[in-house]
Design a protein around this ligand. Sequence first.
Ligand code: IPM
Ligand code: MN
Length: 338
Amino acid sequence: MTRYSIAAIPGDGIGPEVMEAVVHVLEALSDAQGGVCFDFVELQAGDGAKAETGMALPPGTLGAVERSDACLFAAVGETAKEVILPLRQGLDLYVNLRPAKVYPNVPHARGDVDLVIVRENTEGLYTRIGGRGPDWGVSLRVITRRGSERIARFAFDLAEREGRRRVTCVHKANVLDATCGLFVEACRDVAAEHPGIEYEEMIVDACAMRLILEPERFDVVLTTNMFGDILSDEAAGLIGGLGMAPSGNIGEGHAIFEPVHGTAPDIAGEGVANPMAMILSARMMLEWLEEREAAAALEEAVVEVLREGKTLTPDLGGSSGTGEGAASVSRRLAQKEF
Ligand code: IPM
Ligand code: MN
């Protein structure tokens, strides 16, 4: 039996609701599978933590995440940039992996979308270097060769590993020739090491449009931090919304898995948030932990529950609550043979 220590950051808004849901699902998985189990270490961060302790990211949280085998992060409100950005940068989680895939019974714009955004996660505009005076503001965009090469390598390795055929490098080098110019150059060099994978380049504004017109043509989208942020919400919009969009912040040896959605203050506390983005983030975590059988079982259980369509949350056109959706996934897991 492999025992994993999982740092759990519930955060604010719907965060604690979807965290509770995913913890139940992972417990059901471990009961059913027998080969894996989890010790959850709950950590404080976010608006609530700031109100209580004066710090959005209390000292110790980063260290505790570092000591864990992996981290599940639900959602943090107004203080997000004081929490998730220091975690990403402090642990050098340079990949933000954001799959966008259409699941059964999920209302979506177009069928057949199955793409993955590989977003650089430590550089670009997110270093937050800059300043402001009364009448001006400056945000410095930092791109390095090392940062660009390693994210490009991750994208091509992923394409090879997952049998994906094409990598699209998304940039704005026609205007941002210094930063995007360097990014594209690094991507081209890495592409040359992977002749088996088709490589193309696309300017970000054109990509934003083509994602709407022909999303099924995209496979691996490789891009810088801010472009990846924007395009991943757009991609979520194609596959049923943020309630269906998981992600992983991945580095060498550490990783934090979080739904792309935020705290959804409009529905917080009502128990109707879609737990699937959080559950699918846990599936990504299992894959990263190399618990492939467990990951596959969880994916299957989610597909079965969605296909059955009896416990969909309101964002998917149903009338079930967060807990009911998660309980259906747990029940399916309990019936699986491992
Ligand atoms: C995301 C979020 C964060 C980001 C914010 C909350 C700091 O939008 O994970 O996509 O911009 O990266
Ligand atoms: Mn975002």
